[in-house]
Design a protein around this ligand. Structure first.
Ligand code: HEM
Length: 411
């Protein structure tokens, strides 16, 4: 067994502890200082789960070749897993984020051009229009839960257009996306596996039908069109095509909703910075980067299993162990950022890891930035008296992401 020296007084990192997910930053700071590559085991002799807290180690581990994404599925499918878990895992095994080279590069190449920086920048005006449409609905009300009325629908509508999904289907797409994130983010139970498995099955059937329909119609230059091109070239199987489209919706939705929700919440709790952004809209780009750093939408990523032993921060990780880089901690690392707990939209030391690093770095990073900038610009323009509502904002239990359950505001 891999000996894990105890770090006196530091305890075990437990993301399920409400004290951690309501305010993780003091906890991260303790682990960065005392046990930056920290092992948790469910029982002695079981494989370890390694949490990586420092920025430099996160970069190192995410660039390591000694890790396998695909191993997760082989392990799940090999064990005595319940049916719903097996089904769920089989579907996810077609997602690029869960694949190793060379399959990963093949899947990513099929849709990469849709998310290239110039293509993403070209979506700025359309994103602004959708933001305005949503705000038209709430401006007369004077108050709203900004998560429900704006932060969730905006990225869903944008990514649906980018993929080529009919707009009228968005309430169903929202339900499927929520079922998936409920499972990935909460304590997993059989009921959650079943619910997410059912959502994934229904989405899968929906996409197969849509692919058939689009094959019979004219070619369109959206992600669906690119996936069909790749099918014709023989670069994707039908399962890969469906998996890729599904991943794009799930990966592009809640992450960006959390950027918007967390960003608004942070601005409202830092009125000086909100005022500064209103006075100097030219700071929007660095403000969005600072929001991504300060309240990172994805806090932790599960990046698969160790394939070959490797050493990190003086610890030896062995085959079968899992590795979890804590991006939210890396982005508050005092070794990289000056006064890391200060929210400062004029910061220039913005080497944050909010979109990950290495070959699996976020494919939609530029689109997310474009959406964030358009969303905050529209909110500042249309809601000049924006302030926190009477009820406090509430964080949701989130094992991987940082997400608000509600964000009551008045304006
Ligand atoms: C603020 C919003 C976003 C954040 C914080 C974010 C964050 C991330 C992170 C941390 C990863 C790496 C995951 C890992 O290594 O396991 C990732 C991967 C990915 N993201 Fe995003 N993301 C955002 C928005 C988007 C959008 C709008 C899309 C558009 C479809 C997208 C598509 C993807 C895809 C396809 C991957 C997998 C890439 C690969 O495996 O090669 N993301 N994202």
């Amino acid at each position: 067994m891999n000996a894990v020296p105890a770090s006196p007084g530091i305890g075990t990192f437990d993301q399920r502890d409400p004290a951690v997910w309501t305010d993780p930053y003091p906890v991260y700071a303790r682990f960065r200082a005392a046990d930056p590559v920290h092992c948790v085991r469910s029982a002695p002799g079981e494989p370890g789960v390694w949490y990586v807290f420092r920025h430099a180690d996160v970069l190192k581990v995410r660039r390591s070749r000694g890790l396998s994404r695909a191993a997760r599925h082989r392990r799940l499918c090999a064990g005595p897993a319940p049916d719903s878990l097996f089904r769920y895992s089989e579907k996810l095994s077609h997602w690029m984020v869960e694949r190793d080279a060379p399959d990963h590069a093949r899947l990513r190449a099929a849709v990469a051009e849709v998310f290239a920086p110039d293509a993403a920048r070209a979506l700025a005006a359309r994103t602004g229009e959708i933001a305005d449409e949503l705000l038209d609905g709430i401006v007369p009300l004077g108050r709203a839960d900004l998560m429900t009325a704006f932060a969730f629908p905006l990225p869903l509508l944008v990514i649906s257009e980018v993929i080529g999904l009919p707009r009228e289907d968005w309430p169903t797409l929202l339900r499927w996306s929520r079922a998936f994130s409920e499972l990935e983010n909460r304590r997993p139970t059989l009921a959650l596996y079943t619910e997410a498995g059912d959502a994934i099955d229904a989405f899968d059937a929906y996409l197969r039908e849509l692919l058939g329909h689009r094959r019979r119609g004219p070619r369109r230059d959206d992600a669906l069109g690119r996936v069909l091109d790749a099918r014709r070239r023989g670069a994707l199987t039908e399962d890969d095509a469906v998996g890729t489209l599904m991943l794009l919706l799930f990966a592009g939705h809640e992450t960006t909703a959390n950027l918007i929700g967390n960003g608004v919440h942070t601005l409202l709790s830092h009125p000086g910075q909100l005022r500064l952004l209103r006075e100097r809209p030219g700071l929007m780009e660095s403000a969005v980067e600072e929001m991504l750093r300060y309240e990172s939408p994805v806090q932790t990523v599960s990046i698969g299993h160790v394939r070959e032993p490797f050493t990190l921060g003086g610890r030896t990780l062995l085959p079968g162990d899992r590795v979890m880089p804590v991006l939210g901690s890396a982005n508050r690392d005092e070794r990289v950022f000056s006064a890391p707990d200060r929210f400062d939209i004029t910061r220039s030391d913005l080497r944050h890891a909010a979109f990950g690093t290495g070959v699996h770095t976020c494919l939609g990073a530029m689109l997310a930035r474009v959406e964030g900038r358009a969303a905050f610009s529209a909110l500042l323009r249309r809601l000049p008296g924006l302030r926190a509502g009477d009820a406090p904002a509430r964080w949701r239990e989130g094992l991987l992401t940082r997400e608000l359950a509600e964000l009551p505001v008045t304006f």
